[in-house]
Design a binder for this molecule. Structure first.
Ligand SMILES: Nc1ncnc2c1ncn2[C@@H]1O[C@H](COP(=O)(O)OP(=O)(O)O)[C@@H](O)[C@H]1O
Ligand SMILES: [Mg+2]
Length: 306
């Protein structure tokens, strides 16, 4: 039922705790999102789960094998796309594919077939001889993913696979992740783009090495953010923000373009309260709406609290 079971996993570098006693489980075939800001401990966790970095404390079962005592078996049964994708820029497309086929021990006959499949995934049919360095970022990422799953592993770890590519390529990449998951592969994916969490089944959020939230998108919204949240459109927006930040009925503020989201407390009496406060300071209020929080609202709220 579970592809990954993590138990008190911890990594220390000297006295610095990079990953702090984390626990979670990943179901077979799901897209599991691992979210957190830069430096939160995502890559360190992934490297431990892939059997390439030894935990200081705790253990995990990945595909049924212990990362501590069976790391060689773990490595054979997973695919891993590292943050700086693992492709060699000075090799051609097909040379990269063949190199990774070799790393994962694929026999020659099978390799031809798998190479075709990877080319298809990356949309690189007929471009086998092209130098990898000259590929656009989005295509390179698809090729990196293809080579990471060339041996058709049951579980694949993707470390920020969409960072640094344009939104259209990012969307296309998520379609690719979806099709992998639909064919039964467990996808463990990290991102610091909070909006990408919406594409995942279950999500965990890590901050300074500690897990601070887990659940699916719906659960996260209802479990961690129960106060009323309002969206205010007004000008000038920055002045409004500093007024609202000081208001006694406001707990938290965040800004989304020309809109402000506020989380209110029990001193809040209604929209008139906001209107009169802002209008008294010569702010033009265009609209005030009650909204269902986005995951971004939930995460900002959790990160401010922790
Ligand atoms: N080899 C290392 N030695 C010392 N500190 C490290 C090492 N690797 C990572 N760290 C630290 O651990 C923290 C988490 O890093 P990392 O797992 O790369 O975060 P993320 O992938 O979420 O951005 C950071 O503060 C980083 O500087
Ligand atoms: Mg990282």
């Amino acid at each position: 039922m579970y592809s990954i079971e993590v138990n008190n996993l911890t990594k220390k570098f000297g006295s610095f705790v990079s990953v702090d006693h984390i626990n979670f489980k990943v179901k077979k075939g799901e897209i599991f999102g691992f979210l957190g800001a830069n430096g939160a401990g995502k890559s360190t966790t992934i490297k431990m789960l892939c059997g390439i970095l030894e935990p200081t404390e705790g253990d995990a079962l990945v595909g049924g094998f212990s990362i501590k005592s069976e790391s060689e078996l773990v490595k054979k049964n997973i695919g891993y796309m590292s943050q700086r994708f693992s492709l060699y820029n000075d090799l051609s497309v097909s040379e990269n594919i063949e190199f990774f086929g070799g790393v994962y021990g694929i026999e020659k006959e099978l390799l031809k077939e798998r190479e075709k499949w990877v080319l298809e995934i990356a949309g690189l049919q007929g471009k086998e001889k092209v130098l990898t360095a000259s590929l656009p970022g989005g295509i390179k990422q698809r090729l990196a993913l293809g080579t990471a799953v060339i041996h058709k592993p049951g579980i694949v770890f993707l470390d920020e696979p969409t960072s640094g590519v344009d939104p259209v390529s990012r969307r296309a990449f998520w379609d690719l992740i979806n099709s992998l998951s639909e064919s039964g592969t467990t996808v463990f994916v990290t991102t610091h783009y909070l909006e990408e969490a919406e594409y995942c089944g279950n999500i965990i959020l890590i901050n300074a090495g500690k897990l601070i939230a887990e659940g699916n998108s719906k659960e996260l919204k209802s479990k961690y953010l129960t106060n009323t949240i309002l969206e205010i459109e007004c000008t000038p927006v920055i002045d409004s923000l500093s007024i609202l930040e000081k208001a006694s009925f406001v707990d938290e503020t965040s800004i989304f373009g020309n809109q402000i989201h506020i989380i209110v407390n029990d001193k809040y009496t209604g929209k008139e309260q906001i209107k009169s406060l802002l209008q008294a300071k010569n702010i033009t209020v265009k609209s005030i709406e009650n909204i269902i929080p986005s995951l971004e609202d939930v995460f900002i709220h959790l990160l401010e609290k922790n």
